[in-house]
Design a protein around this ligand. Structure first.
Ligand SMILES: Cc1ncc(COP(=O)(O)O)c(C=O)c1O
Length: 367
């Protein structure tokens, strides 16, 4: 039984007829950028997430970068201000901050949840701290009432990087509606993935929504009149039409991911493998299923021989990347340990329960 990490063809084949029809409709409409399919998806996604506004942009990186640049343009932040960000994240969360002319300040990971350690946030706050970015990494909700209180007490914006957690909940609410603004990626491998690049910003703030929408379209407040220094970062109508189709099935598909995770949770019992842990009531839509294992290289090789593909998320944390020498001396031990030991098992809406059991049993036979 060969199990690829993610079979994207199979993922999209689930909705092949509807996707092809939606794409054909856009082709026939003759309107490919900022057209009706985009407006429809923006409305549907805002309603799904539970925010007043959704603005489609080119990708998830741009979504974060444009939120920050919009805050700078609106005078909420100035260049050189600090944004607190989890150290254990994909590099885009950090490089979007530096790209916007701001300074990332890293919070180490909580060794239990692998998300940001809430106990370590307040000690990092300085007069220049203007925002806290939380990352719902692996698909797990990183928000808490305590985080909201910290942001309110210190007059910090709360920004969510929701690139990996579409559909994740916090009580009755969804991630992407919990802070002041949220960035979403629709990279094909995401829980809600396009057939190319795509992204969005969600917010309830009309001023921010206006600025984000303008900055993503050359800074135009009206055609050919640039209020802001902008760029071209747009979600095209073909991708938007595909996303409208796939959005209808997102909750159901996230439930399938949860079923695979439940099998891994209950069946993997290898003494050398640490399974992901969630706080009571913490929702998780399992974009990834990370395990921690000291013999990572050996386990990965062994699984590869059994035709089970795994990936590492991520082998080098942002503060240790070559492009960021200014952060190399910072010590973030929990994050560094995760980077050494993390291995992601295959998880998606197209992994069957039999396949999940096979993966779990194969892991248990390791060594
Ligand atoms: C946590 C996180 N943030 C940001 C991004 C950036 O998204 P994109 O690849 O669409 O630019 C990604 C996705 O790759 C991600 O996983």
């Amino acid at each position: 039984m060969a199990i690829p990490f993610l079979d994207l063809h199979k993922v999209n084949a689930l909705h092949e007829r509807e996707i092809k029809e939606a794409v054909a409709n856009v082709i026939d409409s003759g309107w490919y950028v900022r057209g009706e399919a985009l407006s429809r998806f923006e409305q549907e996604y805002a309603a799904f997430i539970g925010t007043q506004f959704c603005i489609g942009v080119g990708n998830g990186f741009d979504a974060i970068d444009i939120i920050l640049k919009a805050y700078v343009a609106l005078g909420v932040m100035t260049r050189g201000d600090e944004v607190i960000v989890p150290a254990n994240t994909f590099i885009a969360s950090v490089s979007a901050i530096t790209h916007a002319g701001l300074k990332p300040v890293f919070v180490d990971a909580d060794p239990y949840t692998l998300l940001l350690d809430e106990d370590k946030i307040e000690q990092l706050i300085t007069p220049r701290t203007k925002a806290l970015m939380i990352v719902h990494l692996y698909g797990k909700c990183a928000y808490s009432d305590r985080i909201r209180t910290i942001c309110m007490n210190h007059h910090m914006k709360l920004i969510e990087d929701n690139a990996q957690a579409h559909g994740c909940r916090f009580g009755q609410l969804r991630t992407g509606s919990l802070g002041d603004a949220a960035a979403h990626s629709f990279y094909p491998g995401k829980n809600l993935g396009a057939l190319g690049d795509g992204g969005a910003v969600t917010t309830d703030d009309p001023l921010l929504a206006e600025a984000v929408s303008a900055i993503a379209n050359y800074g135009f407040s009206k055609k050919y009149y640039a209020r802001y220094e902008g760029r071209n970062s747009r979600l095209d109508d073909i991708q938007a039409a595909v996303l409208s189709v796939k959005l209808k099935y997102l909750d159901e598909e996230n439930d399938r991911r949860k079923a695979v995770a439940a099998i891994y949770d209950s069946c993997i019992s290898h003494p050398m493998v640490r399974l992901p842990k969630n706080r009571a009531g913490q929702d998780h839509v399992y974009h990834l299923y990370p395990i921690l294992v000291e013999q990572r290289k050996e386990l990965q090789l062994y699984l590869q021989k059994q035709e089970i593909q795994t990936l590492i998320h991520y082998p080098v944390p942002p503060h240790r990347q070559q492009c960021f020498p200014q952060f190399h001396l910072i010590s973030l031990p929990n994050t560094e340990k995760i980077a050494l030991h993390e291995l992601s098992l295959p998880i998606s809406q197209v992994i069957s329960e039999d396949e999940a059991r096979f993966v779990a049993e194969t892991v248990n036979r390791f060594g």
